[in-house]
Design a protein. Structure first.
Length: 369
């Protein structure tokens, strides 16, 4: 059963949550330069911006962008004082002393070495302090607005794939590129801003390449066809993979598909709050290993999805994170036989206290088209 989502916080509430982390990090403010994090904290969608979040509240916070976005920043972020300057990060660093900042955190996982040198010069006598990943710690659990956007994006992808298949869009003679363009058009027609990422359409032996780029190769009868794609809605990404067969499946294709389906079911069942993500990966990977195909499952089990197509947590054996209610992750085991073909089955799900909430609903039974 799907749990009711809590009330969605405003961007101001997200900034307030960040201030708790700033106090813990021992800084007076955070200079946010990652545009994805800026969008999360403010709703601003322009292509040039920096944000200073002051520990004492929004009265001391500033959002900087350039003159192209003067009207847009007023419309999208009416609750923060704007600064108009082309060199946004430098402008806010220079302003920090006037705002009473002595210790200024910055996104050291985003700022370049040269950029840091410039910030140090601009911010004097303020001390710059590395503060990576603070906003990402908030983003990892999705709120009600984010979940609504993700549900819509996943629904668009479901509908587009169903229409592609029902309309005969997967047929021998069509090229991988033609299928990719057809699928993109259908997603846009249903309201997607764009595809979530450069989609994968991989036919025949190409399906054994985990991240194959579509080519002019025509689909053929008997091919496995792997489609990995998603829709972008309000900045949020969906992600789904389905693998089908053109015509009647060969026995080896059925066996391979059944193996990946069993691994995917094991991974989904392991999505329990508090579980180490390494154990989720192991649950699915163990099914493949027992079949003697461990070396043909060559990537992590999944990843977080949200404002970025790949974000925390990474569902991999090397990860140290654990699951929490409200995280949105993919579960996408794959087994790839070089020169023959491969199968990947991927869903996007919300971690819940009960069963995970499935966002991608297109059927997972082996389709023979």
């Amino acid at each position: 059963m799907t749990e009711p989502s809590p009330p969605a916080p405003s961007a101001a509430a997200r900034r307030e949550a960040l201030r708790t982390l700033l106090a813990t990090a021992g800084v007076d403010a955070l200079l946010v330069t990652d545009l994805v994090n800026i969008r999360y904290l403010t709703g601003f969608t322009g292509s040039n911006a920096a944000l200073l979040v002051h520990v004492d509240g929004d009265a001391g916070s500033r959002l900087c962008t350039d003159g192209r976005y003067r009207a847009q920043v007023g419309a999208e972020v009416p609750d923060l004082e704007p600064v108009i300057d082309r060199a946004c990060a430098a402008a806010l660093a220079a302003l920090a002393p006037q705002l009473g900042v002595q210790e200024l955190g910055f996104e050291s996982d985003h700022v370049t070495v040269d950029g840091h040198t410039g910030l140090v010069e601009q911010a004097q006598p303020v001390t710059l302090v590395r503060a990576p990943g603070l906003v990402q710690r908030l983003r990892v659990v999705k709120d009600a607005n984010e979940l609504a956007a993700l549900r819509t994006a996943c629904g668009i992808a479901d509908t587009a794939l169903a229409e592609l298949i029902d309309g005969g869009g997967l047929a021998p003679g069509r090229t991988e590129v033609e299928v990719a363009l057809d699928l993109e058009y259908r997603m846009r027609e249903h309201g997607a801003t764009a595809p979530s990422f450069a989609m994968i359409v991989a036919a025949g032996p190409h399906s054994a390449v985990p991240h194959h780029s579509p080519t002019a190769t025509p689909l053929r009868a008997g091919d496995l066809v792997k489609l990995d794609f998603g829709a972008l809605v309000d900045g949020y990404h969906s992600d789904m993979t389905r693998t089908v067969v053109l015509g009647r499946a060969a026995e080896w294709q059925r066996e391979l598909y059944a193996l990946v389906a069993a691994a995917q079911a094991a991974g989904r069942a392991a999505l329990v709050p508090g579980t180490d993500v390494a154990d989720v990966d192991a649950a699915a990977r163990g099914v493949v290993a027992e079949a003697g195909r461990a070396e043909q499952f060559v990537h992590p089990l999944g990843h977080g999805v949200g404002l970025q197509i790949h974000e925390a947590p990474l569902l991999a054996g090397t990860s140290s994170a654990s699951l929490a209610t409200g995280m949105v992750v993919t579960v996408e085991p794959g087994v790839y036989l070089d020169g023959r073909g491969g199968v990947r089955i991927e869903d996007t799900l919300v971690v819940r206290d009960g069963e995970p909430e499935l966002l991608t609903h297109f059927p997972k039974d082996l389709l023979e088209i």
